[in-house]
Design a binder for this molecule. Structure first.
Ligand code: DX5
Ligand code: ZN
Length: 223
């Protein structure tokens, strides 16, 4: 079965925050389909990063889909602020929500793409009850919290298993699989073959010598 081309979601967490406009321009010129925005609250994860005010500032500068990844406690409190700021899709961690169904309802009411994420050790069974309500499944291939970490090798098998499970459930064509953490040009093909639709890449793009070319290389390498 022919697979759709892989889509690339550069994570601006690894960009130079004093030059975010330039980071967006790189994404445009490289042909990225998503801008991945990592939101961390210093509670769910140790790091503290981007709030809605930043999304609001950068949203008018690009037409690219704004893919907001919440790594926060009480995600329900942040759905409206990020939706109003210009997020096109909002993904939250199933481990962080007391009532994931409520968070899903809030994202749906805001008319945004609904994503749910799993940390590397979280059993897939935790998200099974919500699969028929989501558009995107974000599988972490590092522990969330920081850019520039090493890809956890067992992730490839996990992606394959989840891909197969979604096929069995008849949901594979409805749910996008996005993989996040430690994605480099050297492992992108393997992750794509395991079943990814979207690859997030932060340090591999923004810390490379030619970030525009690197985005293009990700596409070529996974084609
Ligand atoms: C980690 C974040 C990732 C991260 C990816 O918690 O969710 O999106 O920025 O960065 P790299 O590609 O450098 O692992
Ligand atoms: Zn992320």
């Amino acid at each position: 079965m022919a697979k759709n081309p892989i889509k690339i979601a550069p994570s601006i967490l690894s960009a130079d925050f004093s030059r975010l406009y330039s980071a967006l321009d790189i994404c445009e010129k490289g042909g990225a389909e998503y801008i991945h925005v990592d939101v961390m609250d210093n509670h769910f994860v140790p790091n503290l990063t981007i709030g809605p005010i930043v999304v609001k500032s950068i949203k008018p500068l690009t037409k690219i889909f704004m893919d907001v990844h919440l790594m926060v406690e009480r995600p329900e409190d942040l759905i409206k602020p990020f939706a109003d700021a210009g997020a096109d899709g909002i993904t939250f961690h199933v481990e962080s929500a007391e009532n994931p169904g409520l968070v899903i309802d809030l994202i749906r009411s805001a008319n945004k793409q609904i994503g749910i994420s799993l940390k590397p050790q979280t059993p897939f069974s935790m998200i099974e009850p919500f699969l028929d309500q989501i558009d995107l499944l974000l599988i972490m291939s590092v522990e969330p919290g920081f850019g520039g970490q090493e890809y956890i090798p067992g992730s490839t098998k996990r992606i394959e298993e989840i891909h197969q499970r979604l096929i069995v459930l008849g949901l594979r064509n409805r749910i996008l699989m996005e993989i996040d953490g430690g994605i480099k040009l050297t492992n992108a093909k393997k992750v794509a073959n395991a079943g990814a639709d979207i690859l997030v890449a932060g340090s591999a793009i923004f810390q490379s010598e030619n970030p525009i070319e690197t985005i293009q290389n990700f596409k070529e390498i996974t084609a």
